[in-house]
Design a protein around this ligand. Structure first.
Ligand code: GLA
Length: 684
């Protein structure tokens, strides 16, 4: 039974590791947490060797004492099952539980996440530790929920142990039934790859050309990893549902090769995300136009929201981050941690825990800073956490009753992401275009959702939006195309980019004119196409009806041929031998429209489409906002909360038409007001 009310009450908290600290510190630590306005701590997710120092011998004393103190201070507790860190005795005695690289190198004890999902031995040992913990803590008054494992597929998302190869063979047998079907699905007729016995089937192994494999096998591999992860998580979820049905379940992500939607639907009450906004600043591409810096992680938060409309941030960055020899992030500036906290909340978080209470003095993460420094004296970050705690003690109640509101969704799906990881003829485009759209929208203060197209997706899921942007769904099932067509007939607007619709779900190319499955809906065909790179100079397109409206036609060009008289040409190529040919079209279908954009999107071209569709900010007429400020709207039946997040370091001016009040301070605001650098307002 799912706990629908798990996130009804707002909670702020912190990740705490009592096993890292002298016991004399615990009481004071919990006392100060409470003082900061925290109400929840997460513990134990790496503590297997504390609970089971020797195989079969369990001890709970350390956590019993710590949890008793947490309870004394009125803090609630989330327990993490410790399976991300199997102890040394375990991997030494049962090396078959370890993960192995594709080249066959066994990944040994010494970091974390060194196990594989398919070892029967690991299933057995994980089940034992999970059951022991659940039985021990099931009646503890402080415990409210469980985190399964920690960050599935972080560190590594590929598995090649013997157990994985064996399980993959079984998975293929279940999926295909016969070798003939498997051979057909993987197109093994090509290069004489035909399998004549199941024993010949393996996960991809090294081949004569570096990292080159059968593309259909590689796509199935990703599906297999996701299924293996979920099957492994289910072992723990089933035990927890049986022993602690009164507690909620979650896990923290978000990592690759995992259908986190299915994981959540099948096993969890809600999904949790670990938010380190500085990853989007240290990993930025210096050539990227108009970067959004730490605001870029708003787009990731929208993907989390598509998994769980309300979610938990299990780890919110609260200091400079880094491992000893990798990831060396700057310290958040004054106000930035608060900004990031409200960024998470604006996007749907109803529970936020900082990572971590105090920076570790030993181990890989001695530079992954917590709120408190090693010296444990008051510091700026502790004060900032206290300010947030006080604000949310007032504002949290209203916030949790609301949901993020958007009229436009950017579509993604697992098939294309997993296929696109390997297929450079479409994969990189989706990321490029998704970002361009997100930037174009957020700079115009138009909130957007991410929506994952899944076999379960229904028409009413789509009908919540006026506009759907599905940038480059190379793989498109005919069922997906017909669902989108129903949406459009009913008045929806769908926008595709180049490389749409030409592959089936096995990754075979359809023997149909492009855009394959989407040809009917878009009313066009693709006359010819080309990559635009290397010796091919950049191309551009000119938009109809507007003097000088020329935008780049990035990365790939589909030259379009209207096939129906319902098709209007919106832009034409302005360069190369196909100058003058259609580049962007819109097709009227029923009361809606299907657009086809022949290239990879950039901000300027997304801007053209936004303008032509007349899309506006929900704050239009209410608030005047500069581009540095992100707008998020959370709504309930009572009204709307406007989250204004200033991602720049400088103060900006916003204008409030009429009067609004700031939920965080109670201040009444109207007219032109200055919002401080990294400042936040929540207006109602
Ligand atoms: C992840 C993990 C944490 C910690 C932080 C910082 O999010 O879940 O245990 O390692 O990263 O590296």
């Amino acid at each position: 039974m799912k706990h629908k009310d798990a996130l009804d009450e707002f909670r702020l908290g912190v990740c705490y590791y009592p096993e890292h600290w002298p016991e004399e510190l615990w009481d004071d630590d919990f006392r100060r947490m409470k003082e900061l306005g925290f109400s929840v701590v997460r513990v134990a997710e790496f503590a297997w060797s504390i609970f089971e120092p020797v195989e079969g011998e369990f001890q709970f004393g350390l956590f019993d004492r710590a949890l008793a103190l947490a309870d004394k201070h009125g803090l609630k507790v989330i327990i993490g099952t410790p399976t991300a860190t199997p102890p040394a005795w375990l991997t030494h005695k049962y090396p078959e539980v370890l993960n192995v690289t594709q080249e066959g190198v066994m990944l040994r004890h010494g970091l974390r996440r060194h196990y594989n999902y398919n070892s029967k031995k690991y299933h057995e040992l994980s089940a034992i530790i999970t059951r022991k913990l659940a039985e021990h803590f099931k009646d503890h008054p402080a415990v409210i929920g469980w985190q399964i494992d920690n960050e599935f597929n972080c560190e590594i998302g590929e598995f090649y142990s013997q157990a994985d190869h064996d399980a993959f063979r079984e998975w293929c047998r279940n999926k295909y039934g016969t070798l003939d079907k498997l051979n057909e699905a993987w197109g093994t007729v090509f290069w004489s790859q035909t399998y004549s016995d199941w024993e010949q089937v393996f996960l991809p192994r090294p081949t004569p050309a570096h990292k080159q494999f059968n593309p259909h096998l590689v796509l199935d591999e990703k599906r297999f990893i996701s299924d293996s992860t979920i099957a492994y998580a289910k072992i723990q979820a089933d035990i927890l549902r049986e022993v602690v049905p009164h507690h909620w379940l979650t896990t923290n992500g978000l990592f690759g090769h995992l259908d986190s939607h299915r994981l959540t639907d099948d096993l969890l009450d809600f999904f949790s995300y670990d938010s380190y906004p500085q990853f989007s600043t240290i990993h930025y591409d210096p050539n990227e136009e108009n970067r959004l810096a730490d605001r870029g992680s708003s787009q990731t938060l929208s993907a989390i929201r598509s998994i769980s409309p309300s979610f938990c941030i299990m780890e919110q960055q609260s200091g400079p981050g880094g491992w000893v020899n990798r990831m060396d992030m700057p310290s958040p500036k004054p106000g930035q941690m608060r900004l990031w906290t409200y960024q998470s909340i604006a996007h749907g978080a109803n529970m936020v825990l900082y990572f971590r209470w105090r920076t570790a003095t030993v181990g890989t993460e001695i530079y992954w800073h917590g709120i408190n420094d090693y010296h444990n004296r008051p510091n700026r970050r502790v004060r900032e956490a206290g300010q947030i705690g006080a604000e949310l003690a007032q504002a949290g109640g209203w916030i949790t009753s609301t949901r993020y509101a958007a009229d436009i969704a950017l579509l993604r799906d697992y098939d294309n992401e997993w296929d696109g990881e390997y297929d450079v003829w479409h994969g990189p485009f989706s990321w490029q275009s998704g970002k361009a759209w997100f930037k174009a929208l957020t700079r115009r203060h138009i909130p957007s959702d991410t929506l994952f197209m899944r076999p379960e997706t229904t028409l009413s899921d789509l009908e919540r939006y006026k506009v759907l942007v599905y940038p480059h769904p190379a793989i498109m099932r005919d069922e997906t195309a017909s669902l989108l067509e129903q949406y459009v007939r009913g008045g929806g607007i769908v926008i595709f980019g180049c490389r749409t619709g030409y592959k089936d779900e096995r990754g075979h190319c359809y023997m149909r004119p492009f855009p394959g499955a989407a040809a009917e809906l878009t009313g066009i065909s693709v006359e010819e196409f080309t990559m635009v790179k290397g010796s091919r100079p950049a191309t551009s397109m000119k938009w109809e009806g507007e003097e000088d409206a020329v935008t780049r036609a990035d990365s790939f060009n589909d030259v379009l041929l209207p096939e129906r008289d319902t098709v209007e040409v919106v832009a034409r190529y302005a360069s190369d031998y196909y100058a003058g040919k259609p580049a962007v079209t819109r097709n009227k279908v029923g009361s809606g429209e299907a657009w086809y954009f022949g290239a990879v999107f950039n901000e300027a071209s997304a801007g053209q489409i936004i303008k032509r569709l007349g899309l506006e900010s929900p704050a239009a007429g209410l608030l005047e906002l500069p581009e540095q400020v992100e707008l998020a709207v959370r709504r309930d039946d009572e009204g709307s909360l406007y989250f204004l997040l200033n991602f720049s370091e400088e103060p900006v001016v916003i204008t409030v038409e009429g009067e609004k009040s700031d939920l965080l301070t109670g201040a009444k605001l109207s007219g032109a007001i200055s919002l401080e650098g990294f400042g936040v307002l929540v207006l109602s």
